[in-house]
Design a protein around this ligand. Structure first.
Ligand SMILES: Cc1cc2nc3c(=O)[nH]c(=O)nc-3n(C[C@H](O)[C@H](O)[C@H](O)COP(=O)(O)OP(=O)(O)OC[C@H]3O[C@@H](n4cnc5c(N)ncnc54)[C@H](O)[C@@H]3O)c2cc1C
Length: 545
């Protein structure tokens, strides 16, 4: 029997992250901790898929050769993975739903969809894996019909230039398919965002994504060699020069364009040889100051590391609590106590990734161990291996926490080392006290996810209770998001280190680009998309400052 085209998608939970019917176990210890920290949660009543599909408004378009208006497909493309998206999906109050879903198979299909949409006055929203956490794939209300352009048909390895290490993929290819196609040739892309299993190479490029091992392989900016983009004004070919002094690099325009300039159909990436050795070493530092100092030192020594992650004391304690109270964590605590490593609640976990030729990895590991010893930290055996094993599973907890009555969201930024300590402290404080006005508590904790010689990203997770009314939950989120974004911009930090701008960060973009910068970006959008076909409201707000 032929498989329904939505079968693969339906393996995924339609209104969350984990696989259908699979819910990560939430240890009792974690439940008790959350009850203590923010209060007991009340499990919500989620809408069913049937209820949501039945309530979908009629499409403003008719089916044709370019797209379908099937209500189920429209629901499955209506939202991404942001907290407002979750509230909408779980409550069943979806708001605006795309009028149709197009599934082009290549660049010329994309062109045909653009032309047909243009004659019908419709907007297009490119849809890769739908993992946007900033409202990038969420349609907004408006008079013009909206078509979601699902790039799942543009997948696969099209070409491999083994001599240059360049591989051309269809933009809709997801992480596991990229790595398995390259593995048979002895290569890897080395781009592992936490959403790796569900996000696409086209999505990574247009959101300037950062993978967990980007210290070694580089962010997607370093891996994106070129490709093909269909813009409403015509095709744009991006050559794969290894370097060029011929004026501004147009690849930089497409990186971070979030669908506003057109649809990326083919992506050429720079690949690497599969490393001989891969390790994740874990260390525990006595407090935040020494942990920060270690992160900065490792970045400034410019060691060949693939990853450095530095958790605050609160994130360290929360991580250990969520893991549970098995023999392993008990033994680790006992060992750290014996090594005289400060108080439990002050300790910070640091993870260091190493990959490459074994001799280089060994030498770098020795230097890391020396830096840790100098700061009187200790190794945490087994923790690095466990992190690597579960590194794509942590988001599954969002589903279990939601079922237990808690909302979880994350926000991320980057700034220089001088500003970082104050930014981290201010953000934590702001979020923790952010719902006092409505009598609610918030648990917020952070880690440095990517360190650089001059500064670092700061990735913050915050958890609060779901309200009985979904609108109230959304209001709680909006208060926290606003307060946190104000702190980020007041510190001159970026509104996004890796998740992009989407709709949720668009009002804050001007704070870092300035009025002239915003006008320049707007002029480029107008030149490539004169009729405003593509994703209105994403990246650039409607009203420029
Ligand atoms: C649990 C979780 C963990 C995450 N972890 C990370 C992480 O570690 N690092 C990181 O960088 N991000 C992370 N993200 C964010 C997200 O996965 C990235 O932004 C990712 O790059 C989006 O890819 P996607 O294919 O899902 O794109 P989508 O979500 O489908 O789209 C994102 C934006 O790009 C546009 N778009 C998509 N494809 C194209 C195309 N071919 N041409 C033009 N425009 C297009 C869309 O219209 C939208 O504006 C995470 C998200 C989740 C839910």
């Amino acid at each position: 029997m032929a498989r329904h085209p939505l079968a693969a998608v339906l393996m995924r939970r339609w209104n969350g992250w984990s696989e259908q019917g699979v819910e990560a176990h939430l240890p009792d210890r974690a439940r008790d901790l959350l009850a203590q920290l923010v209060g007991p949660g009340t499990p919500p009543r989620d809408a069913t898929l049937d209820e949501v599909v039945a309530a979908v408004p009629a499409s403003r378009l008719a089916d044709d050769e370019h797209w379908q208006t099937d209500p189920l497909a429209r629901v499955l493309h209506a939202r991404g993975q942001s907290l407002p998206d979750w509230v909408a999906l779980r409550s069943g109050h979806l708001g605006t739903v795309p009028d149709a879903v197009a599934r082009p198979g290549n660049a010329s299909d994309v062109r045909a969809v653009m032309e047909a949409a243009s004659t019908r006055g419709a907007h297009l929203i490119p849809y890769g894996g739908g993992t946007s956490v900033v409202g990038g794939v969420t349609p907004r209300p408006g008079d013009r019909p909206v078509i979601s352009v699902d790039l799942a048909g543009t997948t696969g390895l099209h070409e491999l230039d083994d001599t240059s290490g360049l591989a051309t993929f269809g933009a809709g290819t997801m992480g596991p398919a990229i790595e398995s196609a390259l593995a048979v040739t002895g290569r890897t892309l080395g781009h592992f965002p936490q959403s790796f299993e569900r996000s696409t190479v086209g999505g990574w490029v247009v959101t300037r994504s950062a993978g967990q091992e980007s210290a070694g392989y580089g962010r997607i900016e370093a891996l994106f060699a070129g490709g093909h983009v269909e813009t409403p004004s015509g095709p744009l070919e991006l050559p794969t020069h290894p370097a060029s002094a011929a004026g501004p690099d147009l690849r930089q325009l497409i990186l971070g364009s979030e669908g506003r300039l057109g649809i990326v159909t083919d992506v050429v990436v720079r690949t690497s040889r599969i490393p001989q050795t891969v390790r994740t070493n874990a260390f525990v530092m006595r407090d935040w100051d020494t942990a920060l100092s270690l992160g900065r030192t490792l970045a400034q020594w410019r060691l060949p590391l693939s990853m450095v992650r530095v958790a605050t004391p609160l994130e360290t304690a929360t991580t250990f609590a969520l893991v549970g109270e098995g023999r392993g964590p008990r033994a680790l605590r006992h060992y750290l106590g014996m090594r005289g490593l400060g108080a439990d609640r002050e300790r910070c976990l640091v993870l260091v990734g190493l990959s490459g030729r074994t001799a280089i990895v060994d030498a770098a590991a020795g230097e890391v161990a020396r830096a840790v010893r100098d700061l009187r930290g200790v190794g945490a055996p087994g923790v690095g291996r466990a992190w690597r094993r579960d590194r794509f599973r942590a988001p599954d907890l969002r589903d279990s926490l939601w079922s237990a009555g808690y909302a979880v969201d994350t926000l991320e930024t980057a700034t220089d080392w001088t500003t970082l300590p104050d930014l981290a402290a201010s953000l934590g404080r702001t979020l923790r006290h952010g719902l006092e006005g409505v009598g609610e508590r918030v648990h917020a904790f952070s880690h440095l996810s990517h360190v650089y010689p001059t500064g670092s990203s700061l990735y913050t997770t915050y958890i609060f209770r779901l309200a009985a009314d979904p609108a109230e939950t959304l209001d709680r989120w909006a208060q926290l998001k606003r307060a946190a974004s104000d702190i980020v911009t007041a510190h001159g930090a970026t509104i996004s280190h890796q998740h992009g701008v989407g709709r949720d960060h668009a009002p804050y973009l001007a704070a870092e680009k300035g009025p002239l910068g915003m006008a320049a970006l707007d002029a480029v959008v107008r030149r490539l998309d004169p009729d405003g076909l593509m994703s209105p409201g994403v990246l650039l707000p409607d009203e420029l400052p």
